[in-house]
Design a protein around this ligand. Structure first.
Ligand code: ZN
Length: 318
């Protein structure tokens, strides 16, 4: 049973080290303790494809943003892809098929926030050419495209944000609504001609956090044919101080009650969080989640959630 993980921030960790002139943590070392997503962990857990986000911290402003995104993409190719015999960038449905059939791993390059575009569709097209295949319009705050969930009086999509949606549809870049404030969510849902995803968000009805989706939003993602990546961020799972796999199961139960059987997936957010769940502390421990899920729901259903649902949307859109 293969695993597809829809979100992690391993590139951000590498880039921060590079910015501080520190040694870039090794994606390939068994001994690398500062990363939760590594090649040895992928191998141990059976993670076949990992989505790697290009995320810019808020301190990066103005005309520094696109260059910073290029630096992060450079790390993707120099430090993660490195040798395509072992791991290849997922750019087409064919790439995904190759990973599914063979022993090769895959990595999907995604953009977390249109900040990096600096308001230019040309930059979006360049990022597409460099392999970016999914885009979230915002992180938590406002940018040229839209407002994130952290804004107090969020507006919807700007004219530029609407153009990004249309151009992403045209190019074959999957739209991601995690972090997007509700007005923008509904405008995007209305405007897009393609299924869209929430790569790393949970259920608001189970855990009342702004980053989680309301039932109405979940139903809209389902109706569009999209995918919701259940995430392992402790405070998106529960208000309790300690969270474990049973909390993940509560979100899954809720999603299933809304009809998400064919839309449920996972987006861990490993390396984007300081705290983790107590029993899912790195990608390596996906095995524990898989065991718990199979016990509860059986292999066929779990196979869809760990692999098949991501595969369906990528195959349709890439
Ligand atoms: Zn995020």
């Amino acid at each position: 049973m293969k695993i597809f993980d829809g979100h992690c921030d391993v590139l951000y960790k590498m880039w921060e080290a590079q910015q501080k002139n520190e040694t870039i943590p090794s994606f390939y070392s068994e001994k690398e303790s500062s990363l939760r997503v590594t090649m040895p962990n992928m191998a141990a857990a059976g993670v076949a494809v990992q989505a790697c986000a290009v995320y810019l911290p808020q301190r990066i402003r103005g005309s520094r943003r696109f260059t910073a995104a290029l630096e992060i993409i450079d790390l993707f190719y120099e430090h993660i892809i490195k040798d395509e015999r072992y791991i290849k960038p997922i750019r087409t449905a064919h790439d995904l098929e190759e990973v599914e059939k063979g022993g090769k791993k895959g990595a999907l390059l995604t953009l977390e926030g249109a900040d990096a575009l600096e308001g230019s569709l040309l930059n979006l097209r360049i990022l597409y050419q460099l392999g970016v295949r999914a885009i979230g319009l915002t992180w938590n705050f406002r940018n040229e495209a839209a407002d994130g969930v952290g804004e107090s009086n969020p507006a919807g999509l700007s004219q530029f944000g609407k153009q990004v949606v249309i151009e992403a549809n045209r190019l074959g870049i999957i739209l991601d609504v995690s972090h997007l404030a509700e007005p923008g969510f509904w405008e995007l849902a209305e405007l897009t001609r393609q299924p869209f995803i929430a790569s790393h968000s949970n259920c608001r009805a189970v855990c009342d956090h702004l980053r989680n989706l309301t039932d109405k939003q979940i139903k809209a993602v389902i109706k569009a044919g999209g995918v919701i990546g259940v995430t392992f961020v402790p405070y998106f799972l529960s208000a309790k101080s300690k969270t474990d796999i049973t909390d993940v199961l509560r979100h899954i139960e809720h999603l299933l009650s809304l009809g998400a059987e064919d839309h449920l997936a996972f987006g861990s957010d490993f390396d984007g969080i300081d705290e983790t769940m107590i029993d899912l502390t790195s990608q390596r421990e996906y095995t524990k989640l898989r065991e718990a899920l199979v016990k509860e729901y059986g292999e066929n259903r779990v196979n869809k959630w760990l692999w098949g649902n991501w595969k369906r949307i990528l195959t349709a859109l890439l």
